[in-house]
Design a protein around this ligand. Sequence first.
Ligand SMILES: C[S@@+](CC[C@H](N)C(=O)[O-])C[C@H]1O[C@@H](n2cnc3c(N)ncnc32)[C@H](O)[C@@H]1O
Length: 261
Amino acid sequence: MGEDTWAGLADQFVDGAYASVKGYVRTYVMHHQLMEQLPPAPASVLDVGGGAGHQSFPLAQIGYDVTVLDPSPAMLDKARQRLEQLPAEARRRVTLLAADGERAEEAVQGRRFDAVLCHGVLGYLEQPEPLVEQLCRCAAPGGVVSIMTGNAHAAAVRPAMERRWEDALASFDARTEIGVLGVRGRADTVEELSELVRGYGVEPARWYGVWLFADWFEFGGVELDPTDAERIAAVELEAGRRDPYRRLSRVFHLVGRKGAR
Ligand SMILES: C[S@@+](CC[C@H](N)C(=O)[O-])C[C@H]1O[C@@H](n2cnc3c(N)ncnc32)[C@H](O)[C@@H]1O
C-alpha cells in the first residue's frame, strides 16, 4: 500500500456524499439489488474497497459475516467510527482488513467468500483487470461477484445537465472525467466488464442501473427535498431494473456467479 490518496476525500465521501439524498438512494438501491442476488445470511461477504462500510455494514446487521478490505487508513478509521454505532451483535460479524484489492487473496489468506463486493472502486484504478481477477478468485464456487462502477455509455449526462455543452460533445467517447469528488475517474461498460469476469470464471447474471433522476436534478441545479428520499429511492430502484432507464444511469451494478468447480 502506498500513500493514502483517500485521506483527503474521506470526510467529503463519508460525511458529505452519503449524507445526501443521492447517498441514501445509493445505499437503498444497492442493498435491495444485493438482497435479490446474495445467498441468505449467514453467508460470508468480502467487501473490497469497502471504505467506511456503507454497503456491507447493513449486511452485517442482518446476519452476514462481513470482511471489509481497504488500503486507506483514513477510510478504515471512518469504518471503525461507524462500526461503533452498530449493535454489539452486528459489530462482532465485521472484520476490517488493511490491504490493496490487487492483493486481496493473499490478505484474506486464500479464504473463499460466498459473495465478493466491489462498489465504486474500479473507476479510481488505471486498469481494472488485476483487481477484477482478485475479486473472482476470492469468490467461492457458486459465489456471487458484485461490481458497481461508472457507466461509459452515459458519459455525456453530467456535462450536458451542467450545461457544459463543449464538454458534453467531447465526452461521448471519453473514458475519464473529473468526478464529483474532484478526482479523475475512469468508466467501464457492462459489455466489457461482463467479458472480463467471464474470463475469470464468473458468469454475468444480471445488471442494474443504480441512480438516475437524482443525478439529473443535482447536475441541473435543483435541490431534492430530503423528506422525499424514500419515495425517490423507490423510483430509482424501479428505474434501475429496466430499460431504457438503467442504460442512462451513470453507474451500473453488475452481478455474476462463479462456476461451481
Ligand atoms: C468511492 S469509495 C467506495 C467505498 C465503498 N465501496 C462504498 O461503496 O461506499 C472508494 C474506495 O476504494 C478504495 N480503494 C482505492 N484504491 C483501491 C485499491 N487498489 N484496492 C482496494 N480499494 C481501493 C478507497 O480507499 C475507498 O475506500
